[in-house]
Design a binder for this molecule. Structure first.
Ligand SMILES: NC(=O)c1ccc[n+]([C@@H]2O[C@H](COP(=O)([O-])OP(=O)(O)OC[C@H]3O[C@@H](n4cnc5c(N)ncnc54)[C@H](OP(=O)(O)O)[C@@H]3O)[C@@H](O)[C@H]2O)c1
Length: 375
């Protein structure tokens, strides 16, 4: 059965209020009218097997029970299996009264051409039967070595499949997945034209109630110097959204990796804004766009062995994973630290942080000014 509706200001506020007695006051913050938990659950990594399906299903349930209301996926994650796990978890959470649909902020992405549950025996045949034959993709619309497409017809098809996988009739945030991928092969003007057409489709999807907001989820696009070949300009994309959807356009979220080893969102001045270059979080703030951090613990590589200065700066926490996430959720301008969690033990460990206030700006800056001594 399809779950009806999407996240709402009232629903997300009610979700937050239930945890008010146990969570730190700043564990939730409002973005685009919605209350978002500072830690979100990601579903990228893992095998395409039933054990991992079940693990993610249980992790989503556990995370929501502990007060996480942001769940992130993409149609291609684990060949659509992550979206399906989330769908099953959400149905269970709602049917057992743990939460209501309007309290959960669901995000997914389209762009990469996904397999369906498992790799096909014959990839050419799969492409032909699923995408070329029915006219969903024209071969010349593909980039990324044949793996990436952002044409309106393709995206509207992919959005419908994602809605079905998730068992909902509305996705709260729908991202173009790594649009910078197109820049590797296609001329920049052509890519910007493709993004404009995608934004037109996504504004229509907002009007139709199929999505609430849209955005761009990226890996390199917003981290590279502005002169680098795959660099994206957020003001330029926001300008396209404005010309397509007016001042009240719905291009309101971006995603990029932010972690102790990848701090470019706050350190690299690569976004031209009002005659100077500013880091992407500053540009986003000034454009009214919310920033989600991905890869918060660098795909688990920051879960052990952090330098002592970091441990000292992030006092009172039990584990390096918690310290790494605390850094991201406290980074000025970051709304949500997304953390991939298959294991409920990791959910328990990471959600302990919800009881800890964010690090203040002063403490945050102090972390970078102290030498790493072994005392
Ligand atoms: N371009 C994009 O759009 C993009 C790119 C990357 C990521 N993302 C999104 O951001 C989310 C987060 O990024 P990510 O999953 O790539 O990397 P991540 O969150 O940095 O790391 C996830 C890994 O860390 C492990 N982990 C979690 N908590 C731990 C703990 N307390 N101790 C030790 N290990 C722990 C997880 O293990 P288990 O899974 O076994 O629990 C998983 O292997 C993704 O899931 C995805 O939703 C988007």
């Amino acid at each position: 059965m399809t779950m009806v509706g999407g996240a709402t200001p009232e629903g997300t506020r009610r979700f937050r209020d239930r945890f008010a007695a146990v969570h730190a006051e700043d564990q939730f913050s409002v973005h685009q009218g919605l209350w978002l938990s500072s830690i979100g659950l990601g579903t990228y990594l893992g095998e395409w097997d039933e054990a991992t399906d079940l693990a993610y299903e249980q992790s989503v349930i556990r995370a929501v029970e502990l007060g996480c209301n942001v769940v992130d996926s993409a149609i291609n994650y684990r060949f659509q299996r992550s979206e399906r796990s989330i769908g099953r978890a959400l149905a269970r959470l709602i049917s057992t009264g743990v939460c209501s649909r309007d309290g959960i902020v669901l995000a997914s992405k389209g762009g990469y051409v996904p397999f369906d549950g498992r790799p096909p025996e014959d990839v050419r045949k799969y492409y032909q039967e699923t995408f070329f034959g029915p006219g969903i993709i024209k071969p010349d619309e593909l980039a990324g070595g044949g793996s990436h497409c952002i044409s309106p017809k393709y995206l509207s098809h992919q959005l419908e499949v994602s809605l079905k996988n998730l068992g909902v009739d509305c996705i709260d945030i729908y991202y173009l997945h790594n649009p910078e991928q197109q820049l590797d092969e296609v001329d920049r003007e052509e890519v910007l034209g493709r993004i404009r057409k995608a934004f037109e489709l996504l504004e229509d999807m907002v009007d139709a109630g199929r999505i609430r907001y849209y955005g761009t989820a990226t890996w390199n696009g917003y981290r590279r110097p502005h002169t680098a070949p795959g660099a994206l300009s957020l003001p330029e994309l926001a300008g396209i959204a404005r010309s397509v959807g007016g001042v009240d356009h719905h291009f309101r979220f971006i995603q990029l990796p932010v972690n102790l080893a990848m701090p470019e969102a706050i350190t690299v001045r690569n976004q031209a804004f009002d005659g100077r270059f500013v880091p992407v979080v500053e540009a986003a703030g000034r454009l009214g766009i919310t920033v989600m951090a991905s890869a918060s613990i660098l795909q688990s590589r920051l879960a052990s062995g952090l330098p002592k200065a970091v441990s000292r700066g992030l006092r009172g926490l039990r584990t390096d994973a918690q310290r790494a996430i605390q850094f991201v959720r406290s980074t000025p301008g970051i709304a949500v630290a997304l953390v991939g969690m298959r294991q409920t033990g990791h959910v328990d460990e990471n959600m302990e942080l919800a009881r800890t206030p964010l690090v203040s700006l002063e403490e945050f800056m102090d972390m970078f000014s102290r030498p790493d001594q072994d005392s």
